[in-house]
Design a protein around this ligand. Sequence first.
Ligand code: SF4
Ligand code: SF4
Length: 145
Amino acid sequence: MDCFYEQGLKFECTGCGYCCSSEPGYVFLSDIDAKRLTAATGLSMAQFLEVYCRKIDMGAFKLVSLKERENFDCIFLTEAGCSVYDARPEQCRTYPFWASIMENRENWDEEAKSCPGIGKGKIHTKREIDGILSSRRGNGPMMVD
Ligand code: SF4
Ligand code: SF4
C-alpha cells in the first residue's frame, strides 16, 4: 500500500497560536532543546528547569515538559507569539509532521480539525517529511529522575 503522503502534504502555519495555547498539553524537551533554550534564556540548566519546566511522570520514567500558564498558554507564549521562536523545541518546529500524526491519513485529517494550517500553503515532499520523522527519532525526549 502506498504511503498516504507519497505526493507530499500541504502545510503552512497561519500563526493562529492554537497549538501553543487553548488546551492542556505537553511540550517535551530533548537534551538539544534544553541546551538551546538555556542559551536563549541566559539561564543555567538548573535554573531553566526550575523556572520553565515541569517533570511529567510516565510511570517507569519521567520526562521534561515546558510549563503551562493557568489558561494553558505555553510559558513562552506572548501576545507577539513565541518569545523563544528561534530556539523553540523540536516538537514545535516539526509540527504537524509527528510520528503519531503521520501514521495514517485518518490521523492527519483528524489533526487538521485543530490546525488551520494543515492542507494549506506549500507542499512538503515525502522526502522532507521522512527526514523530519527520522531526525525526531534520533533526538528523543530527555529522561530525568
Ligand atoms: S494550530 Fe496550526 S496554524 Fe495554528 S499556530 Fe499551530 S501550527 Fe500554526
Ligand atoms: S515554545 Fe513557542 S512554539 Fe513551542 S509551544 Fe511554546 S510558545 Fe509555542
